[in-house]
Design a protein around this ligand. Structure first.
Ligand code: 3HC
Length: 315
């Protein structure tokens, strides 16, 4: 592979032996440049996704139907912010600063998950996001708990525990609506129709179209393929939809003998359009992020000044 041409073959072999022996790679360990680069990319994009993912939900904070639901949504959004900070810290151990990551995001040189470029027009969308988006994230992130890079794997353990609460609260919203009036049940069905396919796209392109997967699997950055995780999620979510009495918007869906659900073709044109920045909310999400970042400049400066003062005092 051309990414490995300039690497020391002896070091590369020792590195692969550690990976094969399920040893975690730590920040101070030798690692191929391509391993470092792939992880800095993936972990920082994961962090961007967590932070930008706060926007569709934040849009409903002032409109929650009850104080209880407001408290739950507030807790979830705060969790997502914490996940982002956790992941930026893990990404920074690879030698790139948070500022650089944020700059790449703002310059369109870094991605965040396609899923967060869709609008959340009703309260049922908040339920569908928790149920499906966090549900998909859990499938992906439980697998990432076994990723070969130590800081990333350890960040996943805490994040996965909180994601389960996120998924549960979303499913509860969908359950209440689906058991409610005809209008509420329709709201839930419409939200499922909007979020089903974009949630499936979260797992990335099919394995044969995933340029990152070969090395990611060889180095156990990924423990399962995009399609394996996607299938796991679909198998789980279809049963949950049936429990809600809702219909998955896929006419080709059917249970196969091996227990997997066969599902219809994914609209990859839509996926790549969103990745190129032409999704329904791409511009709004990035503009909001840029504004929040510049509005928060004074907070960062004050925090840095304070910590410097504390260090000078202690010296
Ligand atoms: N959205 C945006 N970009 C995507 C994507 C998606 N759903 N799926 C794939 N891509 C991009 C990849 O980043 C890559 O582009 P890049 O090389 O410029 O980064 C390209 O499409 C090719 O995809 P690959 O499958 O080859 O890339 P990966 O091996 O990185 O696999 C991935 C993609 C499965 C998303 C992997 O990066 C991953 O597991 N990331 C960590 C998990 C993550 O980021 N989840 C995002 C959601 S976080 C979340 O949901 C928060 C929760 O609290 C709600």
């Amino acid at each position: 592979m051309k990414e490995l041409e300039n690497e020391d073959p002896v070091k590369l072999e020792e590195f692969q032996k550690k990976i094969d022996a399920e040893q975690k790679i730590e920040p101070k360990d030798w690692m191929p440049a391509a391993y470092r680069k792939n992880l800095a990319r993936q972990i920082s994009q994961h962090a961007h996704s967590e932070i930008i993912g706060m926007q569709p939900e934040g849009n409903w904070l002032t409109r929650c139907p009850s104080l209880r639901s407001k408290k739950i949504l507030l807790a979830k959004i705060q969790d997502e912010g914490g996940h982002g900070l956790y992941l930026y810290s893990a990404a920074e151990t690879l030698g790139v600063s948070r500022e650089e990551f944020i700059q790449m995001l703002h310059e369109g040189k870094a991605k965040y998950s396609s899923i967060f470029n869709y609008p959340s027009p009703t309260w049922a969308d908040i339920g569908a996001i928790g149920w499906l988006v966090d549900g998909a994230a859990i499938v992906n992130q439980v697998s990432l708990q076994r990723t070969s890079y130590g800081p990333y794997a350890r960040a996943m353990v805490k994040i996965c525990k909180e994601e389960s609460f996120h998924q549960r609260q979303g499913y509860e919203i969908m359950f209440k609506l689906s058991q409610g009036t005809a209008k509420q049940k329709k709201m839930a069905q419409d939200a499922l129709d909007r979020w089903w396919w974009p949630s499936i796209m979260m797992f990335g392109p099919h394995d044969e179209d995933s340029p990152r997967s070969a090395l990611a699997l060889k180095w156990k950055i990924k423990r399962e393929t995009n399609d394996e995780l996607r299938q796991k999620f679909i198998n789980r979510a279809v049963g949950q939809a049936e429990l809600l009495g809702l219909t998955v918007p896929d006419d080709e869906l059917r249970l196969k003998e091996n227990g997997d659900y066969h599902f219809g073709p994914i609209n990859w044109d839509e996926f790549y359009q969103v990745l190129k920045g032409y999704g329904p909310c791409n511009k709004q999400r990035l503009d909001n992020h840029k504004k929040a970042h510049s509005d928060g400049q004074w907070v960062r400066e004050a925090a840095i000044a304070y910590s410097k003062k504390q260090k000078d005092k202690a010296a």
